[in-house]
Design a protein around this ligand. Sequence first.
Ligand SMILES: [Zn+2]
Length: 550
Amino acid sequence: MEPFGLQWIQKWWREPLESADSSLAEATVDRADVPQSTLIIKNVRLAHTDNAMAEQLWTVECRGKKVKQVSLSDGSNDVPLPEFDAKGSLLLPSLCHSHIHLDKCFILDRCKFLSLPRDFTEAMKVTARAKQDFRYDPDDLLRRGRRLVRESIECGVTSMRAHVEVDSIVGLSSLAAAVRLRNEFKTACNVQIAVFAQEPLFDFVADTTPGSNYRFLKQALEDPEVEAIGSAPYVEANIDQAKKNITLILELAAQMGLHADFHLDYNVDPNTEPLIWEVIREAKRIGGWLPIDNESYRGITIGHATRLQLFTPDQWQELQQAIGKLPITLVGLPNSDLYMQGRRDMDKPLGPPRSTLRVPYIARKYDLQIAMSVNNIENAFTPQGSVDPLALCTLGVALFQSATPGDIRTLIRSVTLTSKRALGIAPSDLPQGLFPQKGDPADFVIIHETQTLYQAVLNPSHDRTTIRGGAVVARRLTKRWITCSQSLVAVLPWYRRVKLSYMLFPPLFLYKFLISGGVPVFMHFETSLEIVFKAIDSTALPQPYESDAS
Ligand SMILES: [Zn+2]
């Protein structure tokens, strides 16, 4: 451990280097704690369809939690608080996870599945084993969930449907962690809790009444923080139980006034019966659903649904008509779909047949609500991928062969507006489009060093600023380094002498002590020396030269 005095000197030494970004850093911290009533975002680019408007710089004025005004920027970069300068970067509606698992994230290390034969059944088995520890280690649940929510907010996510499993293995432990995280992050993110039955609702193959997992699910619904209920009917032992699973979930959703969320039709097997028809049939029978443009509708979301990709155009038309005014949103989960499917055909020369919902095509051709989401992070169902919803858009360009302006906008909508609709957010709390308009919620992500919607999809920057309710709630910056040129080696002998004499010259330190906040010229001199020292050090060792990229 370093002595206190040395730590203090190091902190003091670094101040000039970090000052370049200090105003924004202070703004970020302050606003996360105390949301401001006004925020003026200057010099942003907006996702207008008109090229000339998309190239211009705009000022977005937020009052309270809404957009008060959007106007052309005056070119000023004078940004006293509560304003800040986006420096020409693109502003979009904030991102949304319409489907993500909060409790079984970051458990790859304990699944030990990489050396085993892998398929969905195997993934279920190793995950169930890992889940056995959840109820005995609530801190672990919180730690992993916290990391998922925090990293999501840093990407630009301000709302998510967080699935937490409730069954005889984990009890209500995942739900308890989710409730705590929901409250912990309520300033920065709306964590909507969906209790989810990943395990079968029926204990035995011949059962006609649901078993212990169903009882846990009902018990979980007594928690007022729960807003959605979900299941995976395909895990049941037979088709009859799968259909009863759908009915039970829809009935509970109707009784408790909740959204329903199914993992459904997760295969590309033409011989299986698509259960989406059962969902539609039962939803209509039970009734009480309002159209998706109603202020207080309860939604039905259907995740995966890869079997639908085998539909003929006529079947798609039939589906579109059957859905009608039902508030159904399809949610493509490409990271999981591509990883998990078709394992029994691994040895075929072309690889396993796989599919995922073709988001731009389905939206364009059949005008259905279709979102896209991350689903899992670092577990046996999906070991790869980050929490960044924009990464799905990048993947989607290749996957769907979609790079037309219209498809690019659909991809972005699928991880912003349509995903928020899938959460059941009231239309009055949704943005009207991909560029802000008066009255929109002031929930944004600024993608730094990115000027166009194309760039945001094709190669989005890592650097983001997240705004929720008219307040900056997170900022993510890249730390970069690059090895310096070897030419500096020539000045090493000189450098060592100067550095030694400088470091051993006590009056300079004394001067800093006595004149705190002192002479700017001296500060610049110090900063310059520090940069030179670091650069030459990096050449000599060799080690990287580090700098903060703003
Ligand atoms: Zn899922």
